[in-house]
Design a protein around this ligand. Structure first.
Ligand code: FES
Length: 105
């Protein structure tokens, strides 16, 4: 089972914004929704687009390529053309630090 690994400081991830980080050689997105933090793969399951330039609206992130959306809490695809979820990872806060435990998928 993997460990929690430092991903970013809270101050680096703007409220209702996101930051692309590398954790254990994997690119993931840290998202801040009203100061609650989430972590998802930077991968749209429609055609492999990156989500880091997408628009975050509440708990929903939209892929900039064809507009699929995902729920950042669960990774669920919530709008076509994506139908499969993207990966989500566990997040733990310690002081100002955001730690992530990668889930294998
Ligand atoms: S690659 Fe994301 S919607 Fe097509």
């Amino acid at each position: 089972m993997s460990e929690f690994i430092f991903a970013a400081n809270q101050s680096e991830v703007p409220e209702n914004g996101m930051k692309l980080v590398e954790v254990d050689e994997q690119l993931v997105l840290i998202l801040n929704v009203n100061n609650e933090f989430f972590c998802i793969n930077d991968v749209c399951t429609h055609d492999g687009g990156t989500l880091c330039d997408g628009k975050l609206n509440g708990h929903s992130i939209a892929c900039p390529r064809h507009g699929a959306t995902f729920d950042v809490r669960t990774g669920a695809a919530t709008k076509m053309p994506a139908t499969q979820p993207t990966g989500v990872h566990d997040v733990k806060i310690e002081g100002d630090q955001i730690l992530v435990r990668l889930k294998e998928d």
